[in-house]
Design a protein around this ligand. Sequence first.
Ligand code: UDP
Length: 319
Amino acid sequence: MRLLVTGGAGYIGSVVVARLLEEGHDVTVLDDLSKGHRDAVPAGARFIQGRIHDAALVIEGAGFEVVVHLAASSLVGESVEHPAKYEENNVLGTARLCNAMQTLGVNKIIVSSTAAVYGVPDVAIITEETETAPVNPYGSSKLTIDNDLALRTQAGEFAAISLRYFNVAGAYGSFGERHRPETHLIPTALEVAMGQRASLTIFGDDFPTPDGTCVRDYIHVLDIANAHVLAMAALEIGQHDIVNLGNGSGFSVQGVVEAVRNVTGHSVPTEIGPRRAGDPGVLVTSNERARAHLGWIPEHPDVTTMVDDAWRFVQERGA
Ligand code: UDP
């Protein structure tokens, strides 16, 4: 199929593009390179540098059948400080993109959403039925997008699937995480292992979890990418499906650090810091709907594999 992938120069986007190309799709990447990297766009994809707000220029006459929309601002802390940026880039940008699609007759979209729409849920295992109650502007921007997609699909000839990622980790060959500055747990711990940072700060050890540190559902970026490949076949006109993507099991921050120590052979010193604003104690999702609706099965559920792949990636880059 002929596809437009927004955000295809980013971490998850580059792996999604790599997998779509492997499946034989014709891929054009639209990315403004505000965070992505030109050399992260897999060979074989066409590249256009630009914003999703101007997508009409790219879509017109191009014959796209599906848009895979990953371009977004996605840092919780930044969203608290600069909510307008999240309104502009995520909410307005996606509305502009969808308007352009609908005007120009492209009626299928797969959108990256997030566990952050659930806020601080009081259930052990989240499902798509869990109440949405975001606690930061990033989560609310993504929830607004999901709600808008529901309205668009109800109203007419439009199909959408929102994939709500939990904690994406790992790498796929030469495609991996290259954020500057890095804030995510696994790549930050790997920077400590590489001697680029003195220690890792654990954000709170007084959560109601077995070792007191936050528990998250880490999911391999290749499994995430495979869900996009499968979602392509699950799009139905008039339907907006929401699907959580996680392994269904949680690892604590201490557990992840232990995996990083085992994989790298480095000591990875840690210190305990205060809780990070807006961090829930536990975020773990059921993946039953992903299995039922997409036929998706996570193939790399072991956090050690994710750390191992990420470690190989950073070593090969010498980053
Ligand atoms: N975390 C931490 N120290 C760090 C980075 C993250 O203790 O330097 C914790 C964070 O509080 C959360 C988990 O690791 O519980 C995963 O955080 P990350 O930023 O990787 O992803 P998020 O859960 O924010 O999407």
